[in-house]
Write a protein that binds this ligand. Structure first.
Ligand code: COA
Length: 193
């Protein structure tokens, strides 16, 4: 009897979850899936602000958004990774800001993050951009050729630590004439939890 009851509860529970998810995702756009992935991916991150998905939502609408540099990785039609490169100003020049790079936890350490970042770099270089800045974990970003930005005379906004701010030259010598403070999109400092 108990076994039969257990099976019935299991089936009803699974059905309820299935119907809930079906309803929730029915009207989801690709942007909604991306933002949900971002929110989940940063959930356990110790340096996260948990506003990352809200910032991206705004960046996707901003004039600094570049559609071709908003890249998803999909497996069986499901978005499992995402990277965005947004235009940022430094003096009269424009660089790109890499934010965010996320991979769904189940699919991490399989090379998805690397393939998204490298594809983005290649496309950005082809499009003529000179360099990419990023704020984050040195051990991860140095794998992709990022160096401490301050050694190039490139600095983050005062709200951020310069020790965690990195830059990648997309073409040899392309950053030679570029220095100063990178102007971040305002949304980074306006959105609160
Ligand atoms: C960081 C993140 C995007 C990596 O994605 P991934 O698909 O697991 O990365 P890859 O498998 O392509 O790994 C690429 C390299 O980085 C290394 N790596 C992966 N995660 C790392 C981490 N957290 N710290 C340091 N190195 C890391 C891998 O070992 C690999 O090195 P190798 O090529 O020398 O073997 C993923 O862990 C994530 O979504 N984290 C939560 C969000 C986040 O913190 N994003 C970064 C700040 S925007």
């Amino acid at each position: 009897m108990n076994v039969i009851l257990g099976i019935v509860f299991f089936i009803c529970g699974s059905l309820a979850v299935y119907l809930y998810q079906k309803k929730k995702y029915k009207n989801f756009t690709e942007e909604d899936f991306v933002c949900e992935l971002i929110q989940k991916s940063f959930f356990k991150s110790k340096n996260a602000t948990h506003t990352e998905h809200k910032i991206v939502k705004e960046l996707l609408k901003s004039e600094d958004f570049i559609k071709d540099l908003s890249l998803t990785a999909k497996l069986k039609g499901m978005i499992v990774g995402y990277v965005l490169f947004t235009k940022v100003k430094i003096g009269k020049d424009t660089l790109l800001l890499l934010f965010p790079i996320v991979v769904a936890s189940k699919f991490q350490k399989k090379g998805i993050g690397r393939s998204l970042i490298e594809k983005g770099h290649l496309m950005a270089k082809t499009m003529g951009y000179k360099g990419v800045v990023v704020y984050g974990e040195p051990k991860f970003f140095e794998k992709f050729g990022y160096e401490l930005a301050s050694t190039y005379g490139i600095f983050p906004p005062t709200e951020l630590e310069k020790e965690k701010f990195f830059v990648k030259e997309l073409k040899e010598g392309s950053l030679k004439e570029i220095s100063g403070e990178v102007i971040y999109p305002k949304v980074f400092f306006e959105i609160k939890e």
